[in-house]
Design a protein around this ligand. Structure first.
Ligand SMILES: O=C(O)CCC(=O)C(=O)O
Ligand SMILES: [Fe+2]
Length: 516
């Protein structure tokens, strides 16, 4: 699987580089061959030019007569032979067959995943389709523009996925771009537009269908008069406020988490529209905290007080971040989550698209350092931490709101006696150009990834009960590649730092368990 991480996409890019070089090879070979044949043609043409003044005169010359006979007797066979012997085509096809076995190619899942990732970005960041298609993200031009065909294929794909709400704007965009092309008024293009009118009608996007019909009629009013009836029908449907069609059937999906108030809040936090009250922000402090292991003091910034969420800046150096990425790169695969039902199994899920790999902290100097710093700063016992988990998110990569702590009915794997996840540390191993923040919808807090910094919070109340306010998520990456390293520390033997409180703390946070 390639779409869910940037390093996966790099493999695909390499594939394209190789394919392009092969195709270029083939084109060079056929060009060479064509040039050789062209010079033969030119030579014979010169002869014919000489004959143009008078064929009889020309043929009366015995040398000319001999040369004509010789050409037809043997040269033409040579040309045929040369065409037959040209192996460039079969060489190319053979090479391609071989390459296909060894190179990385995207699967159908990649295709679907990348289309969904694009609409996720569109939805989360409320992006304008026209801007997105022209390569602009939040006002900044990053990519190359999409062609009308790109937009059409994406629209068609979303249709197949029954995401009709997103289908319509992409088909609209595609038709808009097609209309702007010089060949947009050619008959073939108009036929195509007529076909797209049918899509819109089926979905119940009557306005879009009507404007497309009007566009076609304005270019070929006489040839396309059969559309007049469709125009009238559409006009009537619009006047009647008709809400039939796939679009309206599926617009509301009651019970869908993505339609919930909580999810809307999460999206607002990702966009930066929802943030902590300024009265709360005023009491937040930055301070230096001494390292007990003799490292430089921690630059601690409070982001939230209750529950406590802090970000420590410049904890590890750029070289450490990069060496961790490098260690993980060959090992990462699609991240899984504990599957629902608590049977201890893990599955890949659409709500988490990233790739990850686990490492024992003893693996190398950099992984040891990560553990030391978290233990040093928090005072927590790192003997009961889970293995380090390094993850990479590609474009559109995200992780929907969740708790890191396990629910009360969680069944721990055999031999796992270390208790719940008392705290989470997230090392950001990269900056992210746009999007990709860590969002806490209930606080409501957005943390910007900053290379080398460490985000830390407690997932449990001192009583050991889950603190439901700590629900958090990874917002979709809009531009760039996001690398993190997750540190999960378990409850066992942490009493020195977090004495167990017998009073159940859950009352304050229970409200956030079933928020909607
Ligand atoms: O990537 C992030 O910002 C959050 C990741 C996360 O919450 C997790 O992996 O559990
Ligand atoms: Fe998490």
């Amino acid at each position: 699987e390639f779409f869910s991480s940037t390093s996966g996409l790099e493999k695909l890019f390499e594939t394209e580089v190789v394919l392009l070089a092969e195709l270029q090879n083939y084109v060079n070979e056929i060009n060479q061959h064509a040039e050789a044949l062209q010079s033969e043609i030119d030579a014979i043409r010169v002869e014919h030019l000489n004959a143009a003044d008078g064929i009889d005169d020309y043929l009366n010359n015995p040398v000319n007569a001999f040369r004509l006979i010789k050409r037809l007797h043997s040269d033409w066979e040579t040309f045929e032979g040369s065409v037959t012997a040209d192996s460039s085509r079969s060489n190319y096809l053979d090479t391609m067959a071989r390459l296909k076995e060894n190179l990385s190619f995207p699967s159908q899942d990649d295709f679907v995943g990348s289309a969904i990732a694009l609409t996720r970005l569109q939805q989360t960041y409320q992006l304008d389709v026209a801007e997105l298609a022209s390569g602009i993200l939040n006002g900044v031009k990053y990519g190359t523009a999409m062609s009308w065909q790109d937009c059409f294929v994406l629209g068609q794909h979303l249709y197949a996925l029954r995401d009709y709400n997103h289908t319509v704007p992409w088909l609209q965009q595609s038709m808009q771009l097609l209309g702007e092309q010089s060949y947009g008024s050619e008959s073939a293009s108009l036929d195509f537009m007529e076909a797209v009118v049918e899509y819109h009608r089926e979905m119940g996007a009557h306005e879009s269908a009507l404007s497309l019909v009007n566009h076609v009629l304005s270019i070929e009013p006489d040839q396309r008069s059969h559309l007049l009836e469709a125009r009238q029908q559409l006009e009537e449907l619009i006047t009647d406020g008709d809400k039939n069609g796939l679009l309206h059937l599926t617009a509301r999906r009651p019970g869908d988490y993505h339609e919930s108030r909580e999810f809307r809040m999460y999206e607002q936090v990702c966009r930066g529209e929802l943030a902590p009250l300024s009265s709360k922000q005023r009491s937040l402090r930055c301070r230096l905290r001494k390292s007990r292991l003799g490292y430089a003091p921690f630059k601690l910034e409070e982001l939230h007080l209750d529950p406590l969420v802090v970000q420590l800046h410049q904890v590890i150096g750029s070289n450490d971040s990069e060496s961790l990425q490098k260690t993980a790169r060959p090992r990462i695969k699609r991240s899984t989550v504990y599957s629902l039902g608590g049977n201890g199994g893990s599955t890949a899920a659409a709500f988490r698209t990233s790739q990850g790999a686990s490492f024992n902290y003893s693996r190398n100097a950099a992984t040891k350092l990560l553990s030391h710093h978290v233990g040093d700063f928090s005072g927590l016992n790192m003997d009961y931490a889970e293995d380090l988990q390094v993850a990479n998110y590609g474009i559109g990569g995200h992780y929907e709101p969740h708790w890191d702590s396990f629910p009360e009915n969680h069944i721990y794997q055999e031999g796992d006696l270390h208790g719940n996840r008392i705290a989470t540390g997230i090392y950001y191993l990269s900056d992210v150009e746009a999007g990709g923040g860590t969002a806490f919808p209930f606080l409501p807090l957005l943390v910007t990834p900053e290379k080398g910094s460490l985000l830390f919070w407690y997932n449990l109340h001192p009583s050991g009960d889950q603190d439901f306010r700590t629900k958090h998520a990874a917002c979709p990456v809009l531009q760039g590649s996001k690398w993190i390293a997750n540190v999960w520390i378990r409850e066992r033997n942490q009493d020195n730092v977090r004495p167990c409180d017998l009073e159940r703390g859950q009352e304050i946070s229970l409200h956030y368990r079933d928020f909607d």
